[in-house]
Design a protein around this ligand. Structure first.
Ligand SMILES: *[C@@H]1O[C@H](CO)[C@@H](O)[C@H](O)[C@H]1NC(C)=O
Ligand SMILES: *[C@@H]1O[C@H](CO)[C@@H](O)[C@H](O)[C@H]1NC(C)=O
Ligand SMILES: *[C@@H]1O[C@H](CO)[C@@H](O)[C@H](O)[C@H]1NC(C)=O
Ligand SMILES: *[C@@H]1O[C@H](CO)[C@@H](O)[C@H](O)[C@H]1NC(C)=O
Length: 379
């Protein structure tokens, strides 16, 4: 498991695409369930900025007042190729403007302060590249992000996400991996790819600025839910900002009733809902859920693999959440009858897995839960 912790920097002197891997930290705010990384922006020796990880954002944005020294920051002219390649950019007559929608507040409109800028970025403490293109936004657009987070690091499949700017700058394989910690610090890798654990592959579907996977069935303790197949057709979006997986009502209900039957069978009793959760259970006096394993019912998603179905298995720590000493809730949310996406897989489900988004093959590689290996993203 040392491979996970080891920082591998291999700077190729040749033009060939290298296997270099850059490692950045991921920190979880326990209160807000927001995950962020830290990079240095600007020419100052040490100018850390904390940015929310969002795999649905293309161009990174932040409150540029949080940058220690603005001396090397420069505006991007409207006529530059960079500005022209940013979809739906605007121009104040001279400088390029762009407002990336916040993952939390969707209705902002671009204003003259939302400028596209470039500066030096430093990752892994010593490795720098420039230009890093991002945008500065007005303070009012930061709402929804809690301190110490100053903005959003875009990791979408688009043209300008941070990972793509890094892999282009260093001519490394266009891929990145995240290991979201359930507590403390996890890891964010760019390039490279050896993780020392076995990984399962499934195709990624790119829709707009989102990554989706294509579930073919959902199982509870190995038994498939009976679902109208059209419900799964649109795929499942992956999100690093949604805390709990959101399911269309019919999918949610099927999952919740299968889960409830199992929970009652192993001695739990259903109790009234505790928002935002709809299905909560009291542990029986004679039973105790093993805190490390949270050994309750497993939920699996069947996915297309290499010519056969592969399963992504979620165990107790990813399927339930402990809300009181003896009470656990099913950690999924009912998204309503007609949500925009019928499945959005959120961070409670994604944490303690290694997820490798490989855009050289447009595939997602996912590990087993590291908890099964007596390991976690923060270990
Ligand atoms: C954005 O939407 C929120 C909630 O729907 C509303 O309260 C707010 O006034 C809107 N802001 C703008 C700038 O339209
Ligand atoms: C987490 O977010 C809360 C709510 O905004 C904030 O008060 C707190 O300082 C943050 N915690 C850490 C460790 O940054
Ligand atoms: C969970 O694990 C604990 C300790 O290993 C065991 O006592 C308990 O019966 C298990 N519960 C279930 C539901 O399997
Ligand atoms: C898991 O880790 C704990 C503490 O680090 C250790 O006591 C235990 O023996 C380990 N279990 C296995 C199966 O490796």
């Amino acid at each position: 498991m040392h491979g996970l912790k080891r920082l591998i920097i291999f700077i190729s002197m040749f033009a060939a695409i290298s296997e270099a891997q850059y490692l950045l930290p991921i920190t979880k705010n326990e209160t807000t369930k927001q995950y962020y990384t830290t990079i240095n922006i600007g020419s100052a020796a040490n100018s850390p900025v904390n940015l929310l990880l969002d795999i649905g954002t293309d161009l990174s944005w932040l409150n540029c007042r949080k940058i220690k020294s603005l001396s090397s920051l420069h505006l991007v002219p409207c006529q530059s190729p960079t500005c022209k390649s940013i979809p739906s950019n605007a121009c104040d007559g001279k400088h390029c403007l762009y407002l990336q929608q916040s993952p939390f507040v969707k209705n902002h409109t671009v204003s003259t302060v939302d400028r596209v800028v470039q500066d030096k970025a430093t990752i892994s403490t010593k490795v720098s590249f420039r230009p890093f293109t991002f945008s500065c936004v007005a303070q009012t657009h930061i709402q929804g992000l809690s301190p110490p987070i100053a903005g959003v690091l875009g990791l979408s499949p688009g043209e300008f996400p941070f990972w793509r700017q890094v892999t282009r700058a260093f001519n490394i394989i266009p891929r990145f991996a995240i290991c979201l910690p359930s507590s403390g610090n996890g890891n964010f890798f760019i390039g490279g790819g050896g993780f020392g654990v076995s990984m399962t592959l499934t195709p990624l579907k790119i829709v707009g600025s989102d990554y989706l996977i294509s579930p073919t069935s959902i199982y509870v303790d190995g038994i498939p839910l009976s679902l109208n197949p059209s419900l799964l057709e649109s795929g499942a979006k992956l999100s690093t900002v949604v805390p709990y997986t959101v399911l269309q009502t019919d999918i949610y209900n099927a999952l919740a009733s299968a889960f409830t039957r199992k929970a009652i069978k192993i001695g739990m009793s259903e109790i009234p809902r505790l928002a935002p959760f709809k299905h909560c259970f009291q542990e029986g006096s004679s039973m105790r859920i093993n805190e490390e394993l949270m050994n309750v019912t497993s939920v699996e998603i069947g996915l297309p693999g290499n010519g056969r179905e592969v399963k992504w298995t979620f165990h107790g720590k990813n399927t339930v959440v402990r809300v009181l000493e003896t009470v656990i809730c099913l950690a999924f949310v009912d998204g309503g009858e007609k949500p925009k996406e019928s499945m959005v897989i959120g961070t409670h489900q994604l944490q303690d897995y290694i997820l490798n988004f490989d855009m050289s093959t447009t595939r997602l590689a996912f590990s087993d839960s590291l908890l099964l290996h007596n390991f976690s993203c923060s270990a």
